[in-house]
Every structure is written in structure tokens, then in C-alpha cells.
Design a protein around this ligand. Structure first.
Ligand code: HEC
Ligand code: HEC
Length: 348
């Protein structure tokens, strides 16, 4: 071995040694998430339905841990400066807090980033439901405009040169990183992002003081005003697509689900978003056109925005300032304590 090559190797070994000693193993810790020994028993929240986990991508700690690192690693992106987490942060309720997201190479995107809470339960991902699985979604987010990895093979080569990744991929998938198994690891991690610790949940579980009087009145109003028709169940979404009129007055409206299905009734329809952690994710709706939660609640209670495809499920209702404020208090009781942390990443 030539001296420069030996020096380079020695440097890599030394760096790996320093890394191994200084930072702890990237051990996956998720106090919010417990995986039973038998994945068939995976039912993290008694009142939540069983989370469907695809047979082709069983969930294991090692896989979720690998996905956790990839989710936070800017080396996955086309421009090397953003990670999945960049647009789905704790402070913003696992969104980016912008009206419209700004993707790789600072390209302006056309929609607002939705929250990641409970995405493992969502059958059709994205505002228009165009991805039928988290694996397909993760591949889209990675290779499309969000992360801008338009040449994913090149990123795969780069990742496989990182010993810390290569080893983990071989351990988890019996092969080095590929364009297919990277999204599988990301999906496994995202299935652990479960919101179930809000004050509302504690109140529902019998802890009477967990929420105040205004939030309790708000919960009743949320039912009386028919919000639960669409923001249904513990996920606060029926997972269906409805036109509530947002953006329909634009010159070239985003047709949402309608563009996918080409069905007349889906024109301008978007997936009902969950309302968990919604207080942190302003501005609101698929195009971020509404600044505050008060305005969003009022708009919905008053029956959405008039247009030829408006959902028949929406009713024009009168709502007082006090009622808006109570519903907003209830929505704040859905705040989720965010315990996500950044993992140590394998060095070059
Ligand atoms: C530039 C900001 C940005 C980055 C980076 C980003 N996302 Fe997103 N994400 C968005 C936006 C915007 C949407 C909504 C797009 C749409 O519906 O058309 C979205 C949607 C999603 C959804 C769908 C949620 C739902 O309820 O349907 C998931 C899951 C998701 N992203 C995961 C990821 C993963 C995994 C990565 C990294 C590979 C990632 N995101 C990187 C902005 C981003
Ligand atoms: C017909 C179904 C339906 C009903 C009823 C309904 N919503 Fe919605 N809601 C939606 C859909 C669909 C969206 C997303 C629309 C879009 O972005 O184009 C939404 C968005 C929202 C948002 C913005 C969330 C975000 O992350 O941007 C809030 C807040 C909200 N609704 C609250 C309410 C309240 C409060 C009520 C009752 C007064 C209500 N909704 C009734 C379907 C419904």
C-alpha cells in the first residue's frame, strides 16, 4: 500500500474510532412508541385502529433506527442542504410553518407541508392522495421536488461509501443501500410518529383536569357544528377528499384530487387533514392561504368558500366569536408534546 493511501485509510479508521467513542451508537429511542415482540400485536393506542404494516416491509427497531438517521440526513437531498426533517419540524407541528414549501435548489413548491403525525395510519398520502403507501410517498418526496434527488442512484453510491450506513443496510436488508430500500427505511421510521399524548387524549382517558372549560365547550361545539363529519375519530380525519373552496377563485386553481381521478366530483377536493398539533402549523390549508386558526375555524363553520364543486357536507352556519374561540381552545388541547430528536449521523 502506498503511503498516501495508507495515511488516508488510517485517517478514516481514526475518524470512525473517534466517532464510535465520542458519540453513542445511534440507538433508536422513541419513548412515544413501543414495538411488541410480535408485530401482529402492534396496536400502540388502544383506541386507535391497528396500524397496517405492509408484509413486504416489516417494522423492526433496526430498520426504524436506520430510517430515523436517513430522515434527518441532508446527504440524502439533491442539493445537500435539506433533510426530510427540514420541512417537518417539531416547532411547526411537524410541518415547515410556511404557506408554501420551498424545495430543493430553493424551488418554490405549490403546496403547504402537512404534519407527519400518524401518517402510518393514512392510506393515501399527499393532499391529493396520489401515493398509495408510505414507501411510495417517501420515494416521491426523496426523488421529486422536495428533496430533489433526481439522480437517486448517485446518492445511493454516496451512501454506500459511508461505512456506518453500508453496515446498517446490510444488517437490515441483507444488501447495501438501494433506490428501493431507502424509502422502506424512511417509511418504517415514519410509522413510529404517533401522536397520542395531547391534553385532549388525557382528558378522554379520564383525567378531568387535563383540559380547561373552554376546550371542553369547544369539543362539544366541534361536534355540534359537524366538524367531526370529516375530522373524524382519533385521527381527526375521515381520509376522504372534499372541496371546501380553498384556492378555487385563483386564475388556475389547483384541482387537487380531481386532477388525479379526473372525476367531476373531485374537482378542487383535498384530503381532510388531521387536526392534531394544528395550533403550531399556521398558515392553514393546502395553499397556506389562511393565516390564523381563528380564521380557518370560522371559514369552515361558515360552510367553506362558494364554488360549483363545494362539498354538500358543508353547511352555512352562524358562529359567534366566543364559539370560534372555544373551538380554537379545543384545537390547542390537541397539541402534541414533541419528543423527536436528531440522531447522531454516521460520518463520511
Ligand atoms: C421542501 C420541503 C419538504 C421536504 C424537504 C420534505 N417534505 Fe414531505 N411534504 C412537503 C409538502 C409540501 C408535502 C405536501 C405535498 C402534496 O401534497 O402535494 C409533503 C407531504 C409529505 C407526506 C404526506 C403526508 C400526508 O398526510 O399525506 C409525507 C409522509 C412526507 N411529506 C414525508 C417526507 C419525507 C419522508 C421526506 C424526506 C424524504 C420529506 N417529506 C421531505 C414538504 C417537504
Ligand atoms: C366536508 C368535510 C369537512 C368538514 C365538515 C370540516 N372540515 Fe375542516 N377541512 C376539511 C378539508 C378537506 C380541509 C383541507 C382543505 C384544503 O386545504 O383545501 C380542512 C381543513 C381544515 C383546517 C386547516 C388545517 C390545516 O392543517 O391546514 C382546519 C383548522 C379545519 N379544517 C377545521 C374545521 C372545523 C373547526 C370544522 C367545523 C366547524 C371543520 N373543519 C369542518 C374538511 C372538512
Amino acid at each position: 500500500m502506498s503511503l498516501p493511501r495508507f495515511a488516508a485509510l488510517a485517517l478514516v479508521v481514526a475518524a470512525a474510532f473517534v466517532w464510535a467513542c465520542s458519540s453513542p451508537e445511534p440507538r433508536f429511542e422513541a419513548p412515544w412508541f413501543e414495538l411488541p415482540a410480535d408485530p401482529a400485536e402492534y396496536d400502540p393506542i388502544a383506541s386507535y385502529d391497528y396500524m397496517p404494516i405492509p408484509e413486504q416491509n416489516p417494522l423492526t427497531w433496526e430498520k426504524a433506527s436506520l430510517g430515523w438517521q436517513l430522515y434527518y440526513d441532508p446527504r440524502l437531498s439533491g442539493d445537500g442542504v435539506r433533510s426530510c426533517y427540514s420541512c417537518h419540524t417539531c416547532e411547526n407541528g411537524l410541518t415547515d410553518g410556511r404557506a408554501l414549501a420551498i424545495g430543493a435548489f430553493d424551488k418554490q413548491l405549490t403546496r403547504s407541508a402537512p404534519t407527519m403525525w400518524n401518517v402510518g395510519y393514512i392510506e393515501n398520502l399527499y393532499w391529493d392522495g396520489r401515493a398509495g403507501s408510505l414507501e411510495a410517498q417517501a420515494k416521491g418526496a426523496w426523488t421529486g421536488g422536495n428533496m430533489g434527488a433526481s439522480d437517486p442512484e448517485a446518492i445511493v453510491v454516496k451512501l454506500n461509501q459511508i461505512e456506518g450506513y453500508r453496515e446498517q443496510f446490510v444488517n437490515v436488508f441483507n444488501e447495501p443501500a438501494t433506490v428501493e430500500n431507502i424509502p422502506m427505511a424512511l417509511a418504517a421510521y415514519m410509522r413510529t410518529l404517533i401522536a397520542k399524548n395531547s391534553r385532549f387524549d388525557r382528558w378522554q382517558a379520564g383525567e378531568n383536569d387535563a383540559t380547561g372549560a373552554a376546550a371542553k365547550r369547544g369539543w362539544k361545539l366541534f361536534n355540534d357544528f359537524g366538524c367531526v363529519e370529516c375530522h373524524a375519530g382519533v385521527l381527526f380525519t375521515d381520509q376522504q377528499f372534499h372541496n371546501v373552496g380553498i384556492g378555487m377563485a385563483d386564475e388556475n386553481p389547483d384541482l387537487g384530487r380531481g386532477k388525479r381521478t379526473e372525476l367531476e366530483q373531485d374537482t378542487g377536493a383535498f384530503k381532510t387533514p388531521t387536526l392534531r398539533d394544528v395550533s403550531k402549523s399556521a398558515p392553514y390549508f393546502h395553499n397556506g392561504s389562511v393565516r390564523t386558526l381563528e380564521e380557518a375555524v370560522r371559514l369552515m363553520a361558515e360552510g367553506g368558500l362558494e364554488n360549483p364543486w363545494l362539498s354538500p357536507k358543508l353547511e352555512k352556519q352562524k358562529i359567534s366569536d366566543q364559539q370560534v374561540s372555544d373551538i380554537v381552545s379545543f384545537l390547542y388541547s390537541l397539541d402534541e408534546p414533541c419528543t423527536l430528536t436528531a440522531p447522531p449521523l454516521p460520518p463520511k
